[in-house]
Design a binder for this molecule. Structure first.
Ligand code: ARG
Ligand code: ZN
Length: 879
C-alpha cells in the first residue's frame, strides 16, 4: 500500500509562473548507456507574478543532476536543493542564464514518457509532463520558449536526427558521431518538444499552401514499413487543404514531419512540426489495414495536423484547460471526416462511442467536468469526457451559432490569442464576441460533470390543433457535485405525420412557412413548447443528429420506432429508432426463459433493411449492427452480464435463422467488383457482407462456412480477410477456426500491426477468449509486456469487449485484470491506470459481480509502491 497520499492539484490555486523562459538551448549527447542533456535557459522574472522573493523552482523527474550554473558560474550544491521532483534555487536575479546538465537513461525508460527507446530508435513523448524527465524545467504549458536543439549521436546507428522547426546546422564529430541542430521560431510549451534519432527511411512529398508557399512533407519510418506510408501522406495533404478552406488556417513552418513509433502510450502527438505517431495509427496498406483502420488513421493524421493551430499556435494555460485544444480539435477532425466520408455514419459512430463509453465515465467514480476542477495525475485526464464530450460542447456552440458565426468566432479566437496560452473561457468569450450571443449559461457544460437527462412528455390538443412538448431537465449528481443547475441544451426536433411527411413547426398560430426542423433551446428545469396547426397526433423525432450529449427519455411504442426507422428524414434518428427497438426487444428477454417469444416485428424490420436496395447502404450497414453488450450494460441498472449476453445472443440467432436467405443474398449482392476502394459505398458493401457472413457463421451455416473460407483465402484486402477470420473465430467450427488463425499468423507474423489484430480478434471473442486462452496468448512469442499495443490487444480487448468472459461469475476475470495492473504499475503506470477502467464500474453491476470487482480493486490498492496514476483511479473508485 502507498503510505503517502499523492497531492491533489486544484484549478482554483492556479498562479502565473514566477519566471519565464525566453529561449532554451538544448544539446543531447545520445549513447547506448544513456544520454547527457545540456540545457541553457534564458530566464527572467514574470512581471505579472505577485510571488514574493527570488526563489526559482524547476520540475524534474528521474533525473541525475550533473551540474547547475547560474550566469556561467557553477553552483555549489549548497546553493540549490533537489527534492520532491523539484530543483530549487533560493536566490536568482531578475534576469539570468541557467545551465543544467542531466544524465538520463532512455534505454531503461519503460514508462514511455520523456526520452525513451523504441525498436532501437530514440523518441520522445512530452505531453503532459514528460519534458521534466529530460531536464529540469518549468514544465507547464503557460511557459513558452523558443527552442534550439542540437542532437549528437553515432552516425551509423542514428543517421536521422530530428527535432522541432527547421534544421539550421549539421556536421561530423569525432568517433563516427554526427550532429544536427534544429531551431523552432515559434515559442512553445515544453510539452510540444520532440526529438527522434534513428535509422529511418524517409518518404518525401510536398504541399503548396493557399499563399503559394511550398511545404516539405516527410514521413520517417523503419525501412520495413516504407510501403505503408502513402495513405497517411495523402491524408495529411487533404487535412492541410481542408484547414485552409474551412478554417482559413495555413501551415506556418517550411517543413512538416511525421514519425511512426511502435511503443507509444497513446495514439499520436502533435509536437510542433514533428508529429509522432503510434505505428498502428499511421501505417497502412490495403493488405494490412481494415477500412476502420484507414478511417482512424485519416482522422488521427488530421487531428494532429489541426492541432498546429488549435493547440500549438494557441495553447492551454494549464492542464485543466486540456479540452480547449482536445475538444476543439476532435470537433475539427470530426467535421473533416464527415466531409470526406459519410456524415451520417460518422455521427452514428461518434454518438455510439459517446453514449457507450463517455456516458459510463460520466456516471462513474471518475466523472469529471470537461474542465476539471482538480486532479492528482493529469495523465488520467486524457479521457472520453475531455476529448469526446469536449467535442460535443464545441459542436453545440456550432449548432447554436450556425456555421458562419462559428467561423467568425474561430477566426477571432485564433487572431486574439495567437501565441498565447489560454482557457476554455477565452474560447467561449471569442464565440460570444463574434456572434453577439450570450453563452453564460452554456458555460455550465464546462463546469458540471454528469450527463443531463431530458424527460419528454407530449400531448395533442385536437381541438386547437396544438401539439405540446413538455421537457424536464435534470443533471445527475457526480462525485463532489450535487444540486446542479439546468444547462443550455440545443435540442433539434422534427414532427412526422402519419404518412411520414415532416410537418412545419409553427411556434405561433400565425407563423407561415415555418421550418420542418427546429433547434429548441432548453435552458430551464421545465419548459413547454407548442406547435400550431398540427391536426393529428404526430410522431416526434427528438434530438436529431444527436444535437446534444444528453439522455432523452420518451416512451416510444414499438410501432412508433418502426415508423421512424422507415420514415424519419433524419438519418441519425432512423438508425437510432432501430437501435431503440432492438434494445427494447433484447431488454424484454433479459432474465426470461428461452421460450419467450421474440417480437416478429423486429425480424420484419431487419428484413426490410436487407431487401430494400434503394436505401442508403452505408446507413443500412450501421442499422444492421445490434446494440453492443457494452451499451446494453450502460443502459442497465444492475447489469447481469451473462443474462444480457444470453438475451442479445438469442436475438442475433433468431434474426440470422429467420433471415438466412436475405443474408445470403446480401452477401452475394455485395461481392466486390473491381479494385479495392475506400469510398463510403464500397466500405458499406464490405461492412454488409461481413455482417451477413458473421451472422450466418454464428448459426453454424455450412454454406456460409464455405463462403468464409474462400473469402479468407482470396481476399485482396484486410477488411475482408479479417472479416472472414472474425466470423470463423466466433463460429462453432473449431477446426476451420484454428486453421484460419494459424494461416493468418503465418502470413502476417512479421507485421506487428496485424499481429495485434490477430490477438484482439481472439481476446474479444466469447467463443475463444476465455481466460485460459488469454493466458496462453500472453505466453505467445509475439506478445510483449513492454509494448502498449500488445497489452491493449490482449488484455484491453478481453476486459473491454469480451464482457461475458471478463465477467465470469467466478471472478477470475477480475482477479486476472488486477494481476495485470499490479504487474504493469511498476513499468508503465499510464497504461496500468487505463487498464483499471472496467473495474471502476463495479457499482454498475449486479451485487454478486460488483463485490468481486471491488475486491479486485482492493488488491490493487494494497500493492506496495503503487504509482500515482493507478492510486488516483483506484482510490476514487473505492471512495
Ligand atoms: N495531445 C495528444 C493528442 O493529440 C495526446 C497525447 C497525450 N499523451 C499522453 N501520454 N497523455 O490527442
Ligand atoms: Zn489531440
Amino acid at each position: 500500500m502507498r503510505t503517502d497520499q499523492p497531492q491533489t492539484i486544484y484549478l482554483s490555486e492556479y498562479q502565473v509562473p514566477a519566471y519565464l523562459v525566453d529561449q532554451i538551448d538544448l544539446r543531447f549527447e545520445l549513447f547506448e548507456d544513456g544520454a547527457r542533456v545540456h540545457s541553457t535557459l534564458t530566464m527572467r522574472r514574470n512581471p505579472e507574478s505577485g510571488a514574493p522573493g527570488q526563489r526559482l523552482e524547476l520540475d524534474g523527474d528521474s533525473l541525475i543532476l550533473e551540474s547547475v550554473a547560474l550566469d556561467g558560474q557553477t553552483l555549489i550544491p549548497d546553493a540549490y536543493e533537489e527534492a520532491d521532483g523539484k530543483l530549487v534555487i533560493a536566490d536568482v536575479p531578475g534576469q539570468f542564464e541557467l545551465s543544467v546538465v542531466t544524465w538520463i537513461e532512455p534505454q531503461n525508460n519503460t514508462r514511455l514518457e520523456g526520452l525513451y527507446k523504441s525498436s532501437g530508435m530514440f523518441c520522445t513523448q512530452c505531453e503532459a509532463e514528460g519534458f521534466r524527465c529530460i531536464t529540469y524545467y518549468p514544465d507547464r504549458p503557460d511557459v513558452m520558449a523558443r527552442f534550439r536543439t542540437r542532437i549528437e549521436a553515432d552516425r551509423q546507428s542514428y543517421p536521422v536526427l530530428l527535432s522541432n522547426g527547421n534544421p539550421v546546422e549539421q556536421g561530423e564529430l569525432e568517433n563516427g558521431r554526427h550532429f544536427v541542430t534544429w531551431e523552432d521560431p515559434f515559442p512553445k510549451p515544453a510539452y510540444l518538444f520532440a526529438l527522434v534519432a534513428g535509422d529511418l527511411t524517409e518518404k518525401r512529398d510536398s504541399f503548396t499552401t493557399c499563399s503559394g508557399r511550398e511545404i516539405d512533407l516527410r514521413m520517417y519510418v523503419e525501412p520495413r514499413n516504407a510501403e505503408k506510408c502513402d495513405f497517411a501522406m495523402d491524408a495529411l495533404k487533404r487535412s492541410m487543404r481542408w484547414d485552409e478552406e474551412v478554417y482559413g488556417r495555413e501551415y506556418d513552418l517550411d517543413i512538416f514531419m511525421i514519425v511512426a513509433v511502435d511503443d507509444f502510450n497513446m495514439g499520436a502527438m502533435e509536437n510542433k512540426g514533428l508529429n509522432i505517431f503510434n505505428s498502428s495509427c499511421v501505417l497502412a496498406s490495403q493488405d494490412t489495414a481494415t477500412d476502420a483502420t484507414f478511417q482512424r488513421i485519416e482522422a488521427i493524421v488530421a487531428h494532429e495536423y489541426f492541432h498546429n493551430w488549435s493547440g500549438n499556435r494557441v495553447t492551454c494555460r494549464d492542464w485543466f484547460q486540456l479540452s480547449l485544444k482536445e475538444g476543439f480539435t476532435v470537433f475539427r477532425d470530426a467535421q473533416f471526416s464527415a466531409d470526406v466520408g459519410s456524415p451520417t455514419v460518422k455521427r452514428i459512430e461518434d454518438a455510439t462511442l459517446l453514449r457507450t463509453a463517455q456516458f459510463a465515465e460520466d456516471a462513474g467514480p471518475m466523472a469529471h467536468p470537461v474542465r476539471p476542477a482538480s486532479y492528482m495525475e493529469i495523465a488520467n485526464f486524457y479521457t472520453l469526457t475531455i476529448y469526446e464530450k469536449g467535442e460535443e460542447v464545441v459542436r453545440m456552440i456550432h449548432n447554436l451559432l450556425g456555421p458562419e458565426l462559428f467561423r467568425k468566432g474561430s477566426d477571432l479566437y485564433f487572431e486574439r490569442h495567437d501565441g498565447q496560452a489560454v482557457t476554455t473561457d477565452d474560447f467561449v468569450k471569442a464565440m460570444e464576441d463574434a456572434s453577439g450571443r450570450d453563452l453564460s449559461q452554456f458555460r455550465l457544460w464546462y463546469e458540471q460533470a454528469g450527463t443531463p437527462v431530458l424527460t419528454v412528455e407530449d400531448e395533442h390538443d385536437a381541438e386547437q390543433g396544438i401539439y405540446r412538448l413538455i421537457i424536464r431537465q435534470t443533471v445527475p449528481d457526480t462525485p463532489g457535485q450535487t444540486n446542479k443547475k439546468p444547462q443550455h441544451i440545443p435540442f433539434a426536433v422534427g414532427l412526422l405525420d402519419e404518412h411520414g411527411q415532416v410537418l412545419p413547426l409553427a411556434l405561433t398560430a400565425d407563423e407561415h412557412n415555418a421550418p420542418t426542423e427546429r433547434v429548441l433551446e432548453i435552458t430551464g428545469a421545465e419548459q413547454v413548447f407548442e406547435f400550431h396547426g398540427i391536426e393529428e397526433p404526430p410522431v416526434p423525432s427528438l434530438l436529431r443528429d444527436f444535437s446534444a450529449p444528453v439522455r432523452v427519455r420518451y416512451p416510444y411504442t414499438r410501432e412508433q420506432l418502426l415508423f421512424l426507422m422507415s420514415h424519419d428524414t433524419d438519418g441519425f434518428n432512423r438508425w437510432d429508432a432501430g437501435q431503440k427497438l432492438a434494445i427494447d426487444v433484447i431488454e424484454s428477454l433479459v432474465g426470461e426463459d428461452d421460450g419467450k417469444e421474440i417480437d416478429p416485428r423486429l425480424v420484419g424490420a431487419y428484413r426490410t433493411l436487407l431487401n430494400d436496395t434503394s436505401l442508403d447502404q452505408a446507413l443500412v450497414a450501421k442499422m444492421l449492427q445490434l446494440p453492443s453488450e457494452n451499451y446494453l450494460v450502460e443502459l442497465a441498472d444492475e447489469a447481469d452480464v451473462p443474462s444480457i449476453h444470453h438475451a442479445r445472443e438469442r436475438v442475433l440467432q433468431h434474426l440470422a435463422v429467420s433471415l438466412r436467405e436475405e443474408l445470403l443474398a446480401c452477401y452475394q449482392r455485395h461481392q466486390q467488383a473491381g479494385d479495392y476502394q475506400l469510398t463510403p459505398e464500397a466500405i458499406a458493401g464490405r461492412s454488409l457482407r461481413n455482417t451477413a457472413l458473421g451472422w450466418l457463421l454464428h448459426i453454424g451455416d455450412v454454406e456460409a462456412l464455405a463462403l468464409a473460407r474462400s473469402q479468407f483465402e482470396q481476399a485482396d484486402n484486410m477488411t475482408d480477410r479479417l472479416g472472414a477470420l472474425r466470423a470463423l473465430v466466433n463460429s462453432g467450427f473449431d477446426k476451420e477456426r484454428t486453421e484460419a488463425l494459424d494461416a493468418f499468423y503465418e502470413r502476417f507474423q512479421n507485421d506487428p500491426q496485424v499481429v495485434e489484430m490477430w490477438f484482439s480478434v481472439q481476446a474479444a471473442s466469447f467463443k475463444m477468449g476465455q481466460l485460459p486462452h488469454i493466458r496462453h496468448l500472453l505466453e505467445h512469442d509475439a506478445f510483449d509486456w513492454k509494448n502498449p499495443n500488445k497489452v491493449r490487444s490482449v488484455v484491453g480487448a478481453f476486459a473491454g469487449q469480451n464482457l461475458p468472459a471478463f465477467h465470469n461469475p467466478d471472478g477470475s476475470g477480475y482477479g486476472f485484470l488486477a494481476d495485470v495492473v499490479r504487474r504493469l504499475d511498476d513499468s508503465n503506470p499510464q497504461i496500468a491506470a487505463r487498464l483499471v477502467t472496467p473495474l471502476t464500474r463495479w457499482k454498475k453491476f449486479a451485487p454478486a459481480y460488483g463485490r468481486q470487482m471491488r475486491t479486485a480493486l482492493e488488491s490493487i490498492r494494497d500493492k506496495k509502491g503503487l504509482s500515482k496514476d493507478v492510486y488516483e483511479v483506484v482510490y476514487k473508485s473505492l471512495a
